[in-house]
Ligand binder design. Structure first.
Ligand code: ATP
Length: 250
């Protein structure tokens, strides 16, 4: 369970990106975070794995206060949280399986990493993760020979190989065409439902957010202005989240 209690985030330049954020996310929820560019979506999800430190309030994950974590405890904590980026963050000049196995590196002795000799169990888990996202047949293909959608699935498989309890995804479908974006959203949904992994996605596509997420959190100017079910998102709610600018844009 992720709990924000009156959380603020002020960047070093004095900019207040999160203002008095309070919310809690149960294990296994699928949450879409929507809002204008600069609203604070990335900041919000990046505080959860402590890519950004909060500056006031309290943030706990499964009862652990995130800001109190240091060294090995922080590393271990982060192993439970997968992160997916818009740009996939893969090593494109090597194979899919090697990218997925990268998830296992923190647990391995240095000699295994240097020689690239992975335990059979890790190789099987990496192949299983690829199977879960439907690209097992690409295991030995170089990443730069894959489409954007396939690359995002490799990133998802790498995250799954980490056995996370939570997946944070920062604009995971922003650079994909509409058909591929839907397929990747379906992957997230399936993983969320079958493996009960909590999924938090920052997304600019309101239609996809409403179609795939169970819960929607709307942010405007660093404040939560909507937090409820996807079905209850009305035009008025969207006007509040987007300051009435959504209609102008379509
Ligand atoms: N390192 C930083 N230092 C100062 N200000 C920052 C920093 N990172 C982000 N900000 C500011 O904080 C605000 C929120 O940024 P954030 O990236 O969280 O927004 P976002 O909703 O994810 O936007 P986008 O949809 O464009 O990714 C923005 O005004 C941004 O300029």
């Amino acid at each position: 369970m992720i709990v924000f209690e009156h959380v603020d985030k002020t960047y070093a330049n004095g900019y207040k990106a999160l203002k008095d954020v309070s919310l809690s996310i149960e294990q296994g929820e699928f949450v879409a975070i929507i809002g204008l560019s600069g609203a604070g979506k990335s900041t919000l999800i990046r505080t959860i794995n402590r890519m950004h430190d909060i500056t006031a309030g309290k943030l706990t994950v499964d009862g652990v206060e995130v800001n109190s974590l240091r060294g090995k405890a922080l590393q271990k904590f982060r192993r439970n949280i997968g992160m997916i980026f818009q740009s996939f963050n893969l090593v494109t000049r090597t194979t899919v399986i090697k990218n997925v196995l990268a998830a296992k590196v923190p647990e391995l002795p240095l000699w295994r990493v240097i020689f690239g000799i992975f335990p059979e169990k890790d190789c099987l888990e990496a192949l299983e993760a690829l199977d879960k996202v439907g690209i097992l047949d690409k295991a030995y293909t170089r990443v730069d020979q894959l489409s954007g959608g396939q690359q995002q699935r490799v990133a998802l498989a790498r995250t799954l190989a980490q056995n996370p309890g939570i997946i944070l995804a920062d604009e995971p479908v922003a650079s994909l065409d509409p058909v591929t974006a839907k397929q990747v959203m379906q992957d997230f949904k399936r993983i969320n439902q079958e493996l009960k992994i909590s999924v938090l996605i920052n997304i600019h596509h309101v239609d996809l957010a409403l179609q795939y997420a169970d819960r929607v959190i709307g942010i405007s100017g660093g404040k939560i202005v909507y937090d409820g079910s996807a079905e209850s998102v009305t035009k008025d709610v969207l006007d509040e989240i987007y300051g009435g600018k959504l209609e102008e844009a379509v």
